[in-house]
Design a protein. Structure first.
Length: 892
């Protein structure tokens, strides 16, 4: 980073540099900043042509971007807003302190909001527009750890009761409480976006802003000037997701997007960049990515000092300090600031000679000055052509004084002693006497007080309260029977994969009268892998600028068609970004009142495994839609090897409570699941979403064998009964996904070679079966006096005889989870272990999930039950060509 504004390079006379500066000043005065900028640009070019090697820097000096002369008038009542803000500060602090008095270590954060209060209050009083009937409203991502401030404001607004405030972080208390952080799942009328897992919200905000444009370009919503605001911590920007998508925002010219980064220079443990300058680092990253960067570093008190500094010494000095030193200055006395900051140069000392030590200590930072913050926000919302980031300097734990202001421990501060409370009270003028104040009561002035009246009036002028979440759509009407019927028929012997079958459904859905426009196909550079390229031409790939070039394959039927009203979100190689789009599209029913239905199809190994935390956030947000794990199955995706072959995702889907995870084998199963999913999510408004694994192994799709819809949805149904149900040797085989075919082959081998009559079940969802089982158990436990209920699995198998064997392309634990509700012992086959680069047959041999191993497992179970002789088993191992000493796939 190079912030140095050299004042005396190579012995150049002061007077010479002074002349240059003065002539620039005069250009600025007479012709304005554009002309001045043009001259500087030309000078730079001229210098380069003449061999002057100017170092590259994306930085501007360590100063405010907006000079005082360009600051707009502050439109509000600054004193009243300060008083309101003080009350919010108090109540935010009170809720954390009180909660921790009642329950030790319940947690909560004081110092994050304390540093960000002005950043939020200027937004609440002047910028954040609510969602109304007439206007879609601004979308605000609040920094998770600042939530006490949002609750405290809602308390003043009369939206949250004192009792709820009292129960901050104690949600299960009578009357309810408040969730620690923004969680739409827990507070669905309040929070819209979960932000507390750091780094997720900046990326989600970028894709949200982009999705808003997509909706406009496709004519699904009117064009408005609604903004997306994202409030982040400076420490948070170290998460790779935080900055990972910033070039998309500038490429897409998302001037509907504003990042506000609260640069208090601290994170949890200590300084973000003790030995550097986080603000300059972020500035160069964002400027390099072509964002509009507005630095708000210094408060108004600094303006006259800057004015006196005609030589640029102050700004040079500011650029010299590292953040660790700045943090030290924050906690130091005015005398220390004079000596250590201004004392580096007698000319600097002279600048502040007339000022007392006290006034030096009180020099505010930009992020605590509403006028500076207002100026930055106004510039941001008026800026055209690129997204804006505001880098606002603040003090972590502002106002906490000895209790933590600027200290390394401040992030964790939850308890204040009596003196500290009194000091905070006095500093912010809270009308509580010494005695009352140490009880830390919540304080809300009377309804008719000027503060409450002002606060209400401001929100009214901006359309209502924020944050507020509401479902703003009408349910879909149609049942879509016609749409999906054709897929119940089977493929007539033609070999197709379940991926191809799904793409066929997608193609048809895109043409449907009711849902066609609402479908949002999302793909991270894998459309060809999934055979979706035919959709390029028909649905078009969304591009905000249309297609400025003639595609190289324009003469082909399936050319790469980009269009402004294109429907496919072809995101490039970013599963995280695609998930950002999925979340934006899947929550548009609440954010925009539009029932968009996202279908996000991707390489299944790079889903749950890679972006599980985004999926968790999507779940929290009550996102709707379908995630499709393509090329799934550890042995079904041949060749690709260890990193690609997914035997995990069905397991990784288990912890997400509201995702329905299916591993279907046949086209009709997928059709039933998707049709029912659309009904549940978009007609009945259920807060679920779907994960469906689809495979690339082609085989003939059978027609639906009778009415098995209920079984498909509940997790299992008998697909094919044994030919001879009366046989002495009986078995039940459970197969999922492409491995169902192995079970069907095993059924044949068992019958023809070993006289074992086996039924074959398609297990479409172990997760559904497991959830049903644990729910049934729970009900029985809680209702001992009532007739016990049986889990669905138990009911299915009530008349099923013989040994039980399950095989899937996932870990063995998947079938094992439900085995206790089965009538007898279960043998499980699965793909625990690392993948291999191999063909399907070899892989299924290696992982021991093919028809031979299913046969062997069945015979072994019969042997254990004493139904067959050892010799039969020994012979079978030989006949089936199984190497008993092969390496264990789990550990090799
Ligand atoms: C992904 C993730 N990792 C870690 C945390 C734990 N954590 C919570 S706040 C915090 C520090 C925040 O610092 P910063 O982003 O600078 O915010 P500030 O409170 O200073 O405004 C950390 C590490 C988290 N919430 N999310
Ligand atoms: Mg910070």
């Amino acid at each position: 980073m190079d912030n140095e504004i050299s004042t005396q390079p190579h012995g150049m006379e002061d007077v010479e540099i002074q002349e240059w500066l003065e002539s620039l000043d005069s250009v600025l005065e007479s012709s304005g900043p554009e002309v001045a900028a043009e001259i500087l640009e030309r000078l730079r070019a001229h210098a380069t042509v003449n061999g002057i090697d100017l170092p590259f820097t994306a930085n501007t000096p360590y100063a405010n971007t907006i000079p005082p002369r360009l600051e707009p008038l502050f439109p509000g009542d600054q004193e009243l807003e300060r008083r309101i803000k003080s009350l919010i500060r108090w109540n935010a602090l009170a809720m954390v302190v009180r909660a921790n008095r009642v329950e030790h270590n319940i947690g909560g954060h004081i110092s994050t909001y304390a540093s960000a209060a002005t950043l939020y209050e200027v937004g609440f009083n002047h910028f954040f527009r609510a969602r109304t009937e007439e206007f879609e409203g601004d979308t605000v991502y609040f920094q998770g750890h600042a939530s006490p401030g949002m609750y405290a404001r809602a308390f003043l607004e009369g939206r949250i009761s004192a009792q709820k405030l009292e129960n901050f972080r104690r949600e299960l208390k009578p009357g309810g409480g408040l969730s620690s952080y923004p969680h739409p799942w827990l507070m669905p009328d309040f929070w819209e976006f979960p932000t507390v897992s750091m780094g997720l919200s900046p990326l989600m905000a970028i894709y949200q802003a982009r999705f808003n444009r997509y909706l406009e370009d496709r004519g699904l919503k009117p064009v408005t000037d609604a903004k997306v605001w994202a409030f982040l911590g400076d420490g948070e920007t170290d998460e790779p997701e935080s900055l990972g998508a910033i070039t998309l925002a500038s490429r897409e010219k998302l001037d509907n997007l504003v990042f506000v980064i609260n640069c208090n220079l601290q994170r949890l443990d200590g300084p973000v960049r003790g030995n550097g300058q986080i603000i300059q680092e972020l500035e160069s990253a964002f400027r390099g990515a072509r964002w509009n960067v507005i630095k708000v570093l210094w408060g108004s008190e600094w303006d006259p000092i800057f004015e006196r500094d005609t030589e640029g010494l102050l700004v040079k000095r500011m650029g010299e300090l590292v953040d660790g030193e700045y943090q030290k200055l924050v906690v130091s006395s005015g005398a220390y600031v004079r000596e250590h900051f201004f004392g580096s140069d007698p000319r600097l000392l002279k600048l502040v000679e007339p000022m007392s030590d006290e006034s030096l200590r009180r020099l505010r930072l930009g992020g605590h000055d509403p006028r500076k913050v207002y100026a930055a926000y106004k510039a941001a919302v008026e800026h055209k052509g690129s997204p804006t980031v505001i880098l606002a300097r603040t003090i972590k734990g502002y106002g906490l004084g000895e209790a933590g202001e600027g200290k390394n421990v401040t992030h964790q501060q939850k308890k204040l002693n009596e003196d500290e409370l009194r000091e905070f009270r006095s500093r912010f003028g809270i009308p509580l006497n010494d005695e009352d104040c140490i009880e830390v009561p919540f304080y809300r002035p009377p309804e008719d007080s000027v503060e409450i009246q002002y606060l209400r009036a401001r929100r009214e002028a901006l359309g209502g309260y924020v944050p507020k979440r509401s479902v703003r759509t009408k349910p879909l009407a149609a049942d879509h029977d016609e749409l999906f019927k054709e897929f119940h028929e089977g493929s007539d012997g033609r070999e197709v994969s379940t991926t191809m079958a799904f793409v066929g459904m997608l193609r048809k859905m895109l043409k449907d009268e009711e849902i066609g426009k609402l479908v949002v196909p999302i793909v991270p550079d894998e459309a060809r892998t999934f055979g979706m390229e035919s959709l390029f031409r028909t649905a078009g790939i969304y591009s905000s600028v249309g297609q400025k070039y003639e595609p190289v394959d324009v003469n082909t039927l399936l050319y790469y068609k980009e269009a402004k009203d294109g429907q496919i979100l072809e995101e490039g190689i970013t599963e995280a970004g695609s998930m950002g789009s999925f979340i934006a599209a899947g929550s548009a029913y609440a954010t925009h009142g539009i029932n968009t239905i996202p279908f996000f199809i991707y390489y299944s190994m790079f889903g749950f495994q890679r972006i599980a935390d985004f999926i968790w956030a999507a779940a929290d947000m009550r996102t709707r839609g379908f995630m499709l794990g393509g090329t799934s199955g550890r042995t079904t995706l041949s060749g690709e090897g260890l990193q690609h072959q997914d035997g995990n995702s069905q397991i990784l889907a288990l912890p997400v409570p509201n995702i329905k995870a299916y591993d279907p084998a046949f086209a009709y199963e997928i059709a039933v699941i998707i049709q029912d999913g659309i009904r549940r999510m978009y007609k009945d408004g259920e807060n679920v979403f779907y994960y469906i694994t689809v495979m690339n192994e082609p085989y003939a799709m059978p027609p639906m064998p009778g009415d098995v819809k209920d079984g498909i949805l509940r997790g299992m149904y008998r697909f094919r009964s044994a030919a001879n149900g009366k046989a002495k040797l009986r078995a039940q085989l459970f197969g999922s996904g492409a491995i169902l075919n192995e079970a069907l082959r095993a059924q044949e081998i068992l019958e023809t070679k070993y006289g074992v009559a086996a039924d074959v079940w398609s297990v479409t969802s172990y997760k559904e079966l497991y959830n049903d089982g644990i729910e049934t158990e729970r009900w029985n436990r809680l209702h001992p006096g009532e007739k016990p209920r049986a889990p669905y699995v138990t009911k299915c198998l009530s008349d099923a005889t013989g040994v039980l064997v399950a095989a899937s392309d996932y870990l063995k634990t998947l079938p094992n989870m439900i085995s206790k509700w089965m009538p007898r012992r279960l043998a499980s086959l699965g793909t625990d272990g690392f993948g291999r680069s191999e063909g399907r047959a070899s892989l299924r041999d290696f992982f021991e999930v093919d028809s031979r191993f299913i046969t062997l497992a069945t015979l072994h179970e019969l042997f254990v039950d004493g139904k067959i002789e050892r010799s039969v088993l020994d012979k079978a191992i030989k006949d089936l060509g199984i190497n008993a000493d092969k390496p264990n796939p789990v550990t090799s």
